[in-house]
Design a protein around this ligand. Structure first.
Ligand SMILES: [Zn+2]
Length: 62
């Protein structure tokens, strides 16, 4: 079995951190809001990407 390289581990950690933040936002009730402007996120976009945290005007810089 091949070992995970650092790049894969980083990508996995990034995704898990996003999940963490999404769950936290869900808990405090800000899940559906853009983290920058507070605008309500597009439901279709959220379904497509449940980790979405910003509206289209404020794409998240990873
Ligand atoms: Zn925004």
């Amino acid at each position: 079995m091949a070992e995970f390289n650092n790049e894969s581990v980083l990508a996995i950690e990034t995704t898990l951190n996003q999940v963490d933040r999404a769950l936290e936002r869900l808990r405090v009730g800000s899940y559906r809001m853009c983290q920058v402007c507070g605008e309500e996120l597009d439901q279709t976009a959220l379904v497509r990407n449940p980790l979405l945290a910003n509206c289209s005007a404020h794409p998240e810089s990873l």
